[in-house]
Design a protein around this ligand. Structure first.
Ligand SMILES: *Cc1c(COP(=O)(O)O)cnc(C)c1O
Length: 398
């Protein structure tokens, strides 16, 4: 869509998901409403010293570039880079640090990120301290070699909400980068760069793609020095997103707003049901009033999202629920149109040391639910059937 830059910036996010600024307008691609898939590895040069702006698709591809502009626009960053997975994005980002650098991270992170830090980055000389950034004194952990603070909020899977502005102020004071993995709320509900973060990470596999059908990842920033380093890394290591997958994520983003709203509405309904279940001991969802997470969310986000975690009375009941929900699959991942149940204890957080997992509250009685866009009535009936049938089956587990 051809628009003046300043007018474009004032568009609501629902509109931005469909129309991003372009000098070309629709004319350039035969009027195609959908951005084309440039399924090409390489590009012809008119003559020595001239290029169309594209040389080789490991470096850049027009479809990937269109997606990067889109994600940058949604997060209010100056630019974004699209990677072959969320983990590829975080791996590339970690390359901006040097041996001897130290990072403070929240303790409740995606298990794959902890696996990367502990098994690859640590080996390359980068040190980590994992703390509870919502409770502990973050400043007290800063050392001479500390370079960054890395958090997810809401945290994964315990749904603690971290005050981004508070942590950003500490980062600024000590000249550290604040990196926020914004996967759980998506840019639809939260924009960490506007709250003082320097870098935003996304697993595009989740809400941005939204259909449980594509793996992708993003780094978004508004600092040219960081973006330049990342362009060098993506070109050198070759972890950029493929053209077809870029197109799938662009297609997913078109419905980001309505998916997020619907999934959040369902999440509220499911929380209400779980609150009425005596066998459910704890529910972790930032939309529950009267909690600190609720108050911080109200301040920094436009919604509470559709991720929720709950603890039931026994490990046997978690296993029973995972076996007897028929509509809701027991599967890793989140953020798609289909509701999924995850068992962090053996799935996403299996590689987190046992002691740390328990300290964070990830017991064998905890289930994480990514609420999708089905009918809330059907989702609740499925859960209720699984929970209600437990008594009758109890004997087989004991
Ligand atoms: C899934 C996920 C990742 C990793 O992304 P992939 O696309 O699976 O590589 C990182 N952070 C969070 C919060 C995630 O949920």
């Amino acid at each position: 869509m051809k628009m003046e830059g300043c007018r474009f910036m004032s568009l609501d996010i629902d509109t931005k998901c469909l129309h991003i600024e372009s000098e070309e307008g629709y004319g350039e691609h035969y009027g195609s409403i959908t951005y084309p898939i440039y399924q090409t590895a390489t590009y012809a040069h008119p003559e020595v010293g001239q290029s169309t702006g594209f040389d080789y698709s490991r470096l850049q591809n027009p479809t990937r570039q269109q997606l990067e502009k889109m994600v940058a626009a949604l997060e209010n960053g100056t630019d974004a880079l699209a990677f072959s997975s969320g983990m590829a994005a975080i791996t590339a980002l970690m390359e901006i640090f040097k041996p001897g650098d130290h990072l403070i991270t929240d303790a409740d992170l995606y298990g794959g990120s902890i696996r990367l830090f502990d098994n690859i980055n640590l080996k390359n000389g980068i040190e980590f301290t994992r703390i509870n950034c919502s409770k502990e004194d973050v400043e007290g952990y800063i050392k001479e070699n500390t370079r960054a603070i890395y958090v997810e909020t809401p945290t994964n899977p315990m749904m603690r909400v971290i005050d981004i502005e508070r942590v950003a102020a500490i980062a600024k004071k000590h000249d550290l980068l604040l990196i926020v993995d914004n996967t759980f709320l998506s840019p639809y509900f939260q924009n960490p760069l506007n709250l003082g973060a320097d870098v935003v990470i996304h697993s595009g596999t989740k809400y941005l793609g939204g259909h449980n059908d594509t793996i992708a990842g993003f780094v978004v920033a508004n600092r040219d020095d960081i973006l330049e380093k990342l362009r060098f890394i993506i070109k050198t290591v070759g972890s950029g997103l493929a053209p077809f997958d870029s197109w799938l994520i662009l297609r997913g983003i078109k419905t980001l707003g309505i998916r997020m709203e619907r999934a959040q509405k369902n999440a509220f309904e499911i929380v209400k049901y779980l609150q009425s279940e005596p066998m459910v001991k704890n529910i972790y969802y930032p939309g529950i009033e009267g909690t600190e997470s609720y108050e911080i969310s109200k301040k920094q986000a436009r919604g509470f999202g559709a991720m929720l975690t709950f603890e039931v009375e026994s490990a046997a009941l978690t296993k029973h629920i995972l076996k007897y929900t028929k509509l809701i699959p027991f599967a890793e991942s989140l953020g798609g149109v289909e509701t999924l149940l995850t068992y962090p204890y053996t799935q996403t957080h299996a590689d987190v040391p046992e002691e740390e997992r328990i300290a964070n509250g990830i017991t064998d009685c905890v289930l994480r639910m990514s609420v999708g866009i089905e009918s809330a009535k059907d989702l609740i009936a499925d859960l209720k059937y699984a929970i209600d049938s437990y008594d009758g089956y109890k004997a087989q587990y004991i």
